[in-house]
Design a protein around this ligand. Sequence first.
Ligand code: AMP
Length: 281
Amino acid sequence: MQTLTTIPDIQDWLNHQKAQGKTIALVPTMGGIHRGHFALIEAAKKVADIVIVSIFVNPTQFGENEDLATYPSMIEKDKRLLIEYDTDILWLPNEKDLYPLDESFQIKAPSIANQYCGVSRPVFFHGISLVVLKLLNIIVPHTAFFGEKDYQQLHIIKLLVKDFFLPTQIITVPTVREADGLAMSTRNQYLSHQQRQTAIKLYQILCWAKIQIEQNQDILTTKNTAIKRLKSIFTFDYFEIIDSTTLQPVNQPIQNMYIITGVYLSKIRLIDNIKINYVQN
Ligand code: AMP
């Protein structure tokens, strides 16, 4: 695995590869590499000749009271894991290179960015959109891989690619879970043993609600019961049953539904989602 840092270095390297007709996949991450990231790399390897994994903890997506300063950073361990996983290129851009202006341009994402995760993290999706636009503009990969774990983020990135006519295909990878169902996340390592036992209840409640709706139980009743249960366990943020194409809440069952949720355990943020396989009679 080669590690590249500066933008000219990676672009020179890429020009050489592209001239030879190689296809390029980008897997953007914030490090703290785990099996969820591996699934993205695995999927990327299947379609591209060269897989670039980027690690960059993007400051513009963190609000003032969020965990930018304490976000897990373990670059040496990440490097070892990525080598084991046969990654071609690790790209470690630095902040000055990605944000060369004293005052950066801003991106105002569409209003969906202000719902769900965007309520408690008001700058999050605007910052994500800005950095993903920069990463995709620098690399111009044929494909870029994102996890379904961050469902709202995925939706907004697809809108970004469409609205800015970016020539990259966005490929979605299903959520990778621990054996007990907890969605893998870099932030899980903050969880104490006891919090780890509690965290699993998030997925259990999602599964319960999914089954209720698949069995034709009323959506609002299911939602209210799930919220009550979440509130008894976690610091509640949001829980919504949505149309997966628009991300807007539904009150009546439709073909394509997801449940998305976010909670806090102490200060640790957990998000998750699940697809509803609803068969209309
Ligand atoms: P992060 O490093 O948390 O910003 O995540 C980088 C990429 O990995 C994003 O596209 C995430 O959606 C994806 N990802 C994170 N956790 C998982 C998971 N458990 N399963 C699948 N993809 C994931």
